[in-house]
Design a protein. Sequence first.
Length: 152
Amino acid sequence: MTDPFVVQREMQIAAPPSTVFAFLTDPQKIVSWMGLEAESEPHPGGLYLLKGFGSDGTRAARGAFREVVPVHRLAYSFGWEGGEEVPPGSSLIEIDLLDKDNGTLLRMTHSGLPNAAQCASHAAGWAHYLGRLALAAAGRDPGPDRGPPNRS
């Protein structure tokens, strides 16, 4: 049976896959487009931790890398510290980076979400953050992160 609560996004980014990959794995580059603090150990079993989400900047997302194919693919578990519906490690994010049209085609799937409300919330979050990633990876300043609309 197919998981009904999945978020999928595809976007073209005006930067090579190696640059986009760095913005997904290097803590200093991550915080240029998402969160306030990041820890990243991009190898299977390595930590994925982002802090500084929510209206008060205290929310944190945590998971572990499951698959790392440099400059081409990342897969990691994901969830919110203190979250009951999507606790750490309860969902899976898979990102593929394809060299296309002098840039990168990013394909992202976020699966394992528990219900339609969480799926909609995470869809809004991904729309917001992938737009910021595209700007940062292309060498543009996405500005301060105020979070996605209608999220706490």
